[in-house]
Design a binder for this molecule. Structure first.
Ligand code: SF4
Length: 373
């Protein structure tokens, strides 16, 4: 992002009551530090609210050069005890994002002893190593996971051999690979994703100030769906804590966009073999994200939709949005912007006009069940 683009992003976010944090959470080498001061001043001037940071020298430079920026300690610092949290507080940190490996008990203890904002990951990918502190990606692809470049090598498919000799012979094609068992499944080291939607009240009661939902490299559809589900759970809890009940449809909603099995990470127990995905992932998400609402005309009940995936008349689609839009309808006639009838919306980002039976708002999303012919 340029600073100008950041400023535009901040203005957009503020219009919707959101804040913008910039991740500067690399483990910096000497060469990474040149231009740091100007960069931090630039993001402060762009109106960014906070930086997420792991390296002490970036914290120190921020305090000096861009004091209006809040400082959020990144999960990359692997903070899991109250003494460490106290240390970072005294160092001028405003919020600590705990390690994904911190347990619920540790979070409660930290909040009881240190008066500081605590953020925890509640949903998204986990690492097989301490969050990000891993060099698999560096070795295999020369992409540094601690400088934002992880290629997720742990999720690749690997062949397993019973002996080194078997491996060498397989490499030169002398014999078939004897995998760890007779079946032909490659092996993966991936952990299941974290999913804490069923434990929102416990997290709030533990004193957690902010929930982090992993969105890096995820689609708009995924982020919108998951955030929406957590927002509803949080709001329902605060509206009536005593009678709060987890609604199964929140989890069902997440499953519409998520494509990996979920668990509760380290919150309640040490993960074991049940918490790993040893076989290749089934990445199929049950819903396709097909469009974004750009405009809606109440009088004609017509929406202008930006195409994001193929859809056509006769298919059932579902609309959903942050302010509660949620309904299904069958796709009626489609028209291009200049009024030509279309047999399908087949071009990426194409603008399409279609009748929508209930009111929708700009940025509401439209999706369809996969396999919906
Ligand atoms: S390769 Fe996997 S374990 Fe390593 S940093 Fe990337 S996601 Fe984490």
């Amino acid at each position: 992002f340029t600073f100008e683009e950041m400023r535009e992003g901040v203005e957009f976010a503020e219009k919707y009551g959101a804040k913008v944090f910039v991740a500067t959470n690399i483990f910096a080498h000497n060469e990474d530090l040149s231009g740091l001061e100007a960069y931090l001043k630039g993001i402060q001037d762009a109106g960014v609210h906070a930086i997420i940071v792991a390296d002490p020298v970036i914290i120190e430079t921020c305090r000096r050069a861009a004091p209006r920026l809040e400082i959020h300690l990144s999960t990359q610092q692997s903070t899991m005890n109250r003494q460490a949290v106290q240390f970072w507080k005294e160092d001028g940190v405003d919020r600590v994002v705990l390690a994904r490996e911190a347990t619920m008990e540790e979070i409660i203890e930290i909040k009881q002893h240190v008066d500081i904002e605590i953020e925890v990951f509640v949903h998204g990918a986990m690492c097989s190593s301490y969050s990000g502190r891993c060099v698999l990606s560096n070795h295999f692809t020369d992409r540094d996971s601690n400088r934002g470049g992880c290629s997720q090598s742990c999720r690749w498919k690997y062949d397993l051999f019973t002996t080194e000799e078997d491996m060498e012979q397989a490499q030169v094609g002398i014999k078939e690979i004897p995998l760890f068992q007779a079946d032909d499944n490659p092996f993966s080291m991936s952990s299941k994703d974290l999913g804490m939607i069923e434990h929102v009240p416990e997290l709030i009661r533990a004193g957690v100030d902010s929930f982090k939902i992993e969105g890096r490299m995820k689609s708009v559809h995924y982020v919108a769906t998951v955030v929406n589900a957590y927002r509803q759970a949080i709001d329902a809890y605060f509206a009536d804590p005593e009678h709060y009940e987890m609604k199964p449809e929140w989890l069902y909603e997440i499953q519409k966009a998520a494509n990996r099995p979920l668990n509760t990470g380290f919150f309640y127990d040490q993960p074991d073999h049940e918490d790993h995905i040893f076989e290749p992932e089934d990445k199929i998400s049950p819903y396709d994200f097909v469009g974004v609402v750009m405009e809606y005309d109440d009088k004609t009940q017509t929406a202008l939709i930006q195409q994001r995936n193929h859809f056509k008349p006769g298919q059932e689609v579902e609309f959903f949005g942050p302010q509660g839009t949620f309904f299904k309808q069958v796709v009626p006639e489609l028209h291009s912007e200049d009024g030509q009838q279309l047999d399908a919306a087949r071009h990426p980002l194409q603008l399409i006009r279609m009748k929508v039976e209930q009111p929708v708002k700009p940025l509401d999303l439209m999706r369809k069940k996969m396999g919906n012919k």
